[in-house]
Design a protein around this ligand. Structure first.
Ligand code: ADP
Ligand code: ADP
Ligand code: MG
Length: 668
């Protein structure tokens, strides 16, 4: 399709990863040419391969590539692009950038620079929101001078309070304080963090809303004074104040509350002369009172859930508005139908405090896509996930007529999402989706923290899925040892199954060419392959008692693993006659023995060391902090030991595998 009525002919995408590919997709649909820019480590990522033209703009660190305005503008001029799409993060909310483009006669596919400026600073934007008649979190909308001032203001508001960097973003520069005793030290540390991360140490304080929900309104405005709202998104499932799972609509707000949120959002957008897609974030308390948090003057990561329930292509809308067109729709044309979920698939280890994981993507196999299942990504097999950018590698988005249908689709699709080479958050996302509180919509921003190990330990198997894992283990093992005809060999037999080091029993009742019937704990399970069963395919689909279950499958060294439903399960299954054989494996799979050196689990910058030579530490004690992927990553002790020698100091750059601490294990 060629959109002959769009003046923009060639767009440079000043971003990387999935959002760059997302923009390319819409441009292609509209017949617009695309230009991508990439850093050295991104040469084989999808944006550079999918765009019509691609320009290398420098080394990996963003401040030498994606954040260098001059390099982007040089690429625009060289390519002859007439517009720039900024995505999110990087330069997307940078007033200087938007202004520089405006000054060079290049269209910025985003709001005008004045609106970005007005909403870019949290203190200023809160004042603007108040002036526009929007309800804000009770607090002090000025700069806190010092520790005493912080204590005085907090007493006035009442604990708990939240300290925020005015220039903050991406969940950084935020500290919750429950107790007056901690206010001084918290103020100083958040101020330091803000100075370091944003080059701006202004801090303000507001009431910490307890067990809140994060609900945001998508607005769309044009350059002719029209503003409409495209529903809300609920983003309450967060870790480190960053979103993990989002959905639209919200299961919490009523049509009346939505109408009020729309009204205030439109007032704010009009007040700042907003003229693009933007998001107004609110925190909502348990009584459905909502309070303005901030406005993001860009497309949001989670925009696909809005696209599913409204049918709008958000990037097309942004392009049309930037092109000067009037909105094609009025508020009454916007219909919200069905339900959508998005899961951010991140390269990180939930069981280690969400430590980012770097490495080669040795396997990257997406779930089957269709009109209800969408994957947005910028990676492919063979890419290297570095420490330079944020850890999100893909987004999986599903749609359904109801919340439950969309949720179930997401679970089924995650079972088909095989990623190897880095650790991902897929298991914790699955556990969240299967949680009964989540399923009933009983959530808050505290959800992940509150549920703790039940969610973040992938070794734990949900009770209702135990027979499913046992069935899968027996079936896969039988299939593996006997290829196509697993007949005679396993009848009638008792199986010994080891799942994550625990022994279980199952008995074969009957089988034919396709179907195996097992009894587990007195109950029968009928198992067959739901699709062509190829054990090399990384994923398998089984029919167990007439329901389809998808699993990820991996075989490495002496380990074979099936993963799904929130668990990563090492398994062995043998005829019970060979129990000794199982013991052999079990011994080889024993828990990690104490090691004598701590290897840096990630490349990055050591920002703090929390122990000294000679200290005794227990599991969970803090060892050091490494900054990577825009995050401060706390590395903790996995077993009790004594610190023999620390081989690094704060400020050192370390690489994965460097021996950063020597342990003396003889002490225990
Ligand atoms: P959204 O609000 O769209 O869900 P996030 O808050 O997760 O998005 O941020 C989107 C991206 O932008 C992430 O890569 C995040 O790290 C980055 N980001 C957002 N604000 C800032 C900021 N002020 N400084 C640096 N990075 C930011
Ligand atoms: P960022 O720019 O980093 O996205 P936000 O102001 O949007 O910062 O806040 C990020 C998250 O922090 C919110 O989604 C919410 O979970 C939490 N948060 C922020 N302000 C409050 C508050 N006053 N009470 C409770 N939680 C809050
Ligand atoms: Mg925010």
């Amino acid at each position: 399709m060629v959109a002959e009525n769009i003046k923009i002919k060639k767009v440079l995408i000043a971003n990387r990863g999935e959002i760059a590919c997302r923009a390319i997709k819409t441009c292609k649909k509209l017949g617009i040419k695309t230009v991508s820019v990439y850093s050295e480590v991104d040469y084989n990522f999808l944006p550079a391969l999918q765009a019509d033209e691609a320009f290398l703009i420098g080394p990996a660190p963003s401040n030498q590539s994606y954040l260098v305005i001059d390099k982007i503008i040089a690429a625009v001029k060289q390519s002859g692009a007439d517009a720039v799409y900024p995505g999110y993060g990087f330069l997307s909310e940078n007033t200087t950038f938007a202004k520089a483009l405006e000054d060079n006669g290049i269209v910025f596919i985003g709001p005008n620079s004045k609106a970005i400026e007005a909403m870019g600073d949290k203190i200023e934007s809160k004042r603007t929101a108040i002036a526009a008649g929007v309800s804000v979190v009770p607090g002090f909308d000025g700069v806190i001078k010092d520790e005493n001032h912080a204590a005085e203001v907090s007493r006035g508001i009442g604990f708990p309070v939240i300290l925020k960097a005015s220039a903050g973003g991406g969940g950084k520069g935020i500290r919750i304080v429950y107790d007056e005793k901690e206010i001084g030290i918290s103020f100083t540390s958040v101020q330091n963090e803000a100075r370091k991360s944003f080059g701006d140490d202004r801090i303000f304080i507001e009431k910490f809303i307890e067990k809140p929900r994060h609900i945001e309104i998508q607005v769309l405005a044009d350059k002719h004074g029209n503003v409409i709202c495209l529903g809300e998104r609920e983003c309450s499932i967060q870790r480190n104040n960053q979103k993990v799972i989002e959905e639209a609509p919200s299961s919490f707000i009523t049509p009346e509350v939505r109408a009020k949120m729309y009204e205030q959002s439109v007032m704010l957008a009009k007040k700042v002369g907003y003229d693009s897609a933007g998001t107004i974030e609110y925190i909502v308390d348990q009584n459905r009172n909502f309070y303005f948090l901030e406005m993001n003057t860009r497309l949001q990561v989670e925009h696909p859930v809005t696209e599913y329930i409204t049918g709008f292509d958000m990037i097309e809308q942004m392009l049309r508005v930037a092109d000067g067109q009037k909105l094609q729709h009025k508020q009454e044309d916007v219909k919200l139908s069905g339900w959508a979920f998005e899961a951010r698939v991140c390269s990180e280890d939930a069981s280690k405090n969400f430590l980012p994981s770097t490495g080669w993507l040795s396997t990257y196999k997406e779930p089957i896509k269709n009109e209800n299942v969408r994957v947005d990504t910028g990676v492919k097999e063979g890419c290297f996930i570095t420490q330079f950018y944020d850890p999100m590698i893909a987004k999986l988005i599903t749609y359904g007529k109801t919340r439950d249908e969309a949720r179930q689709r997401l679970i089924d699709s995650l079972g088909q999402f095989a990623i190897e080479g880095v650790v991902t958050n897929i298991p914790i996302v699955e556990k969240i989706l299967l949680d009964s509180d989540f399923a009933s919509g009983n959530i808050s921003t505290n959800f992940i923290k509150q549920k703790g190990e039940a969610l973040n330990n992938p070794k734990i198997i949900l009770e209702e899925y135990l027979p499913i894992f046992i069935s899968a283990a027996v079936f896969v093992s039988a299939e593996r040892s006997l290829q196509s005809s697993f007949h005679s060999c396993i009848i009638p037999s008792k199986h010994c199954v080891m799942l994550n080091g625990q022994k279980y029993e199952a008995t074969t009742e009957s089988l034919d060419d396709e179907t195996l019937v097992l009894t587990i704990g007195g109950k029968a399970y009928k198992i067959s392959a739901a699709s062509e069963l190829s054990l090399a395919s990384k994923t398998i689909s089984l029919n167990i008692n007439d329901k389809i279950y998808n699993f990820r499958l991996k075989c490495k060294g002496s380990k074979q693993t099936i993963a799904a439903f929130g668990s990563v399960v090492d398994f062995i299954s043998f005829d019970a006659k060979f129990e000794k054989f199982i013991d052999y494996f079990a011994n080889n799979l024993g828990s990690a023995s104490k090691i004598s050196e701590l290897e840096a689990p990630i490349s990055g910058l050591v920002t703090a060391i929390h122990v000294k030579d000679g200290d005794m530490v227990n599991p969970g004690d803090r060892l050091l902090t490494i900054e990577a992927m825009k995050m401060e990553n706390l590395i903790t002790a996995e077993f009790a030991t004594k610190i023999k020698k620390i081989n690094c100091k704060a400020g050192d750059a370390v690489s994965v595998g460097d021996f950063v601490i020597d342990f003396d294990n003889s002490a225990n």
